[in-house]
Design a protein. Structure first.
Length: 269
């Protein structure tokens, strides 16, 4: 079994302060026996305006945020899923929201670019979001081999699109990372239901790391970082505050479950 952590933060517009906080929280997770950690979406930057992210856009494989992640992974001896960071896109004023994976030697193993952008008007609310104004969509579903199994990489709004998770499953995924900055309104309504659904229907572990609290752009995020097992049980949860939720990934138990309850083999469509 391998102990994993879902890191929870309240990020703001100061990149250096956010990275310092992330480093402290990763260190705490490592001290708790974790060998694998997922940071929240936008852990390095929650700016006043979405397009401010372009000022911090990095090229894949280089830049201060990625350098921080590689260094933190080496120092803390952790595999780290860097929730999402701003990467340069074909449109200079927009960025990819990219989930970057570093192994415990500080080597980059994967870069997933968020496919589904949060362009919505929330029902019965004045809240409106247009991620496409400042972000560029990715187009590739991605898995990566890790010590805790084949990881399917997703980000926040992706959780509402089960077809993505089926594609990741068919590529071998046994667990999913879901770094997020879920709004309070949608979090109260759907966060637990969506995450447990993706775990249950795919008989997979889910590690969901969230932002919480108020941010410079006026958004309030839901928190409730958690880890869910393949039967849909919540193994650990942090409702609010800085910190981490931690639990053990039992791959043998998961294999036994997938064998004895062969819903994935019973698929017909």
């Amino acid at each position: 079994m391998t102990r994993v952590a879902a890191i929870q933060m309240n990020s703001g517009a100061d990149v250096a302060a956010n990275l310092a906080q992330a480093d402290r929280l990763l260190g705490n997770a490592a001290a708790d026996g974790c060998a694998f950690a997922v940071l929240p979406e936008n852990f390095a930057l929650m700016p006043l305006r979405g397009r401010d992210k372009a000022q911090h856009a990095e090229q894949a494989g280089t830049g201060p945020i990625q350098a921080f992640l590689g260094d933190a992974a080496r120092r803390h001896k952790l595999w780290i899923v860097g929730g999402s960071i701003p990467l340069a896109s074909p449109a200079s004023e927009r960025v990819f929201g990219a989930s970057v994976v570093f192994d415990n030697h500080g080597e980059n193993r994967a870069i997933y670019r968020k496919i589904h952008l949060f362009d919505v008007d929330l029902p019965d609310s004045e809240q409106s979001y247009r991620e496409s104004h400042s972000m560029f969509p990715g187009d590739e579903a991605l898995v990566v081999e890790t010590p805790v199994g084949t990881l399917g990489l997703t980000i926040c709004y992706d959780i509402r699109f089960p077809e993505l998770y089926r594609q990741l499953l068919d590529s071998g995924a046994s667990l999913f990372s879901v770094p997020a900055a879920f709004t309070v309104l949608t979090g109260k309504a759907h966060w637990h239901t969506l995450l447990r659904s993706r775990a249950i229907e795919n008989l997979a572990y889910v590690i969901a790391a969230g932002q919480y609290g108020d941010h410079p752009d006026g958004r309030s995020t839901f928190g409730h970082s958690l880890i869910i097992d393949p039967w849909g049980q919540i193994l650990a949860e942090l409702p609010e505050g800085d910190g981490h939720a931690a639990a053990d990934i039992d791959t043998a138990k998961q294999l036994k479950l997938r064998t004895e309850f062969p819903a994935l083999n019973n698929r017909r469509l």
